[in-house]
Design a protein around this ligand. Structure first.
Ligand code: JHZ
Ligand code: ZN
Length: 421
């Protein structure tokens, strides 16, 4: 059966008719990445003949509230259900980032045995464990059962649930409201954007703070990080769009920090009272000044994505033509978008390596490259390695000194394909 029709027949996805935030019906598409398989749906070798579900990946701008979003919503049961392979704890840099986040929160606010910290999408407990160590009661909420079980095993109480408006009400009646709510890289993943934000409003004490991180749209566009676009990411946020979204629910962006993680992220401090600091005002003014709240800002992006693809494919084909072998590093979700949109597969690349043991032994979606242990780089010595997890490039290059010293080279694809090493 035709792959394209499969998703419609099985009711696995729906196309939005209005903006995910404001409901406006003037959505303006500006990038079409075609039909792609699900980026985190790794394939078991024994089922590699079964056709994969593919879904449209079209990105649009809402002129009414400035939210950038994809048009297709894949059912969360399909996206995050069985064998969701993402475990936060495989990156030392992310663990350090989370530990220092918690240290800063503890330095700013009195938190003790009668406080409550909740994390939405708490994954394997990578962040909350830092509060546990300091004697602060926590509760993680995460719908993926593998990571949730790992969190419990690590001593982080975790409810294996989707966080919704109604779940927030039940949670508060049972456990009370929270002093701090963390939500990292999850707001973009939820289909009911307004319900999720309204749930945060319910969950917060009147003097509570939600500390929320998400990739920053401005950096995505600037650095052509188009590979961070996949079906799990329904929204791509500017501060302007966030301000519009949270205000609708009586929540205020009182403080903002820009972080380098994941190609450039925002950390926003959201509270149920208005006390906007100058940093927020300046960032909103900057977005207005550069036109990030206007559709014209996005018109050239598609051509820049295509230019990157042409350059990367030309480079890979040139190296192959010279007889070089090429592997890839990072069975990341973004890697799936990069490979599939560029049409790179087993004809060009021999394998992918990844430290996440839950990914090893499986195949990349679409491209079907086998995922192996990073030690294979030293053993098999490919001439080049395409850095799919470019957001962790520094960390990975530092680990791969032996491979580099032996003459190995990395190809870093964004913001522009280049060879390093
Ligand atoms: P990584 C994830 O996206 C998942 P992904 C999710 N969709 C999301 O929203 C974003 O993060 C923010 C591996 N690795 O984390 C681990 C090594 O092998 O950038 C990962 O598989 N060795 C929820 O999947 C991959 O690379 C290392 O030294 O695009 C990186 O994937 C390091 C540092 C990582 O995200
Ligand atoms: Zn809108």
């Amino acid at each position: 059966m035709n792959q394209i029709l499969l998703h419609q027949r099985r009711n696995a996805s729906q196309t939005v008719t209005g903006c995910r935030s404001c409901g406006g019906t003037s959505l303006q598409p500006f990038l079409d990445l075609g039909y792609t398989p699900l980026a985190d749906r790794l394939i078991k070798p024994e089922t590699c003949e079964v056709p994969e579900l593919v879904f449209p990946l079209v990105v649009a701008f809402c002129p009414d509230c400035a939210l950038v979003q994809i048009l297709e919503t894949v059912a969360p049961e399909i996206l995050f259900a069985d064998a969701y392979p993402y475990y936060s704890s495989f990156s030392p840099a992310l663990l350090e980032h989370s530990r220092s986040n918690v240290e800063q929160r503890l330095a700013e606010r009195e938190l003790g045995p009668s406080s409550l910290v909740v994390e939405l999408a708490s994954n394997d407990g990578y962040l909350l464990k830092n509060y546990v160590e300091r004697g602060v009661p926590v509760c993680g909420i995460d719908p993926a059962d593998g990571p949730a079980a790992a969190a419990r095993k690590a001593g982080v109480p975790t409810l294996c649930e989707f966080f919704t408006e109604s779940f927030a009400r039940e949670f508060v009646s049972e456990h009370g409201q929270a002093d701090i709510v963390h939500a990292n890289n999850v707001l973009a993943h939820v289909a009911d954007t307004n319900g999720f934000v309204s749930g945060i409003r319910n969950l917060l004490k009147p003097d509570g703070t939600a500390v929320i991180e998400m990739p920053y749209l401005l950096r995505l566009i600037e650095h052509v990080e188009f590979d961070t676009i996949y079906h799990e990411h329904l929204c791509y946020f500017s501060l302007t769009a966030l301000d519009n979204l949270f205000r609708r629910h009586g929540l205020f962006l009182n403080r903002v920090e820009e972080l380098a993680i994941h190609g450039g992220s925002l950390r926003i401090f959201v509270e149920p009272f208005e006390a906007t600091d100058t940093g927020v005002k300046q960032m909103l003014a900057h977005e207005k000044a550069i036109g990030l709240d206007q559709p014209a800002y996005f018109t050239e992006f598609s051509a820049r994505v295509d230019a990157l693809r042409e350059k990367l494919v030309a480079l890979v084909e040139q190296l192959k033509g010279q007889g070089h072998s090429i592997a890839a590093y990072g069975a990341a979700a973004k890697g799936a978008t990069m490979l599939n949109y560029c049409g790179l597969d087993t004809r060009h690349l021999d394998f992918v390596v990844d430290r996440n043991v839950n990914k090893q032994g499986l195949l990349m979606p679409g491209a079907h490259l086998p995922i192996l242990d990073p030690e294979e780089l030293a053993k098999r010595r490919p001439d080049y390695v395409l850095m799919l997890a470019w957001n962790f490039a520094d960390e990975i290059l530092a680990q791969q000194q032996a491979y580099l010293a032996a003459g190995g080279r990395f190809i870093v694809p964004v913001p522009e394909p280049r060879i390093v090493g």
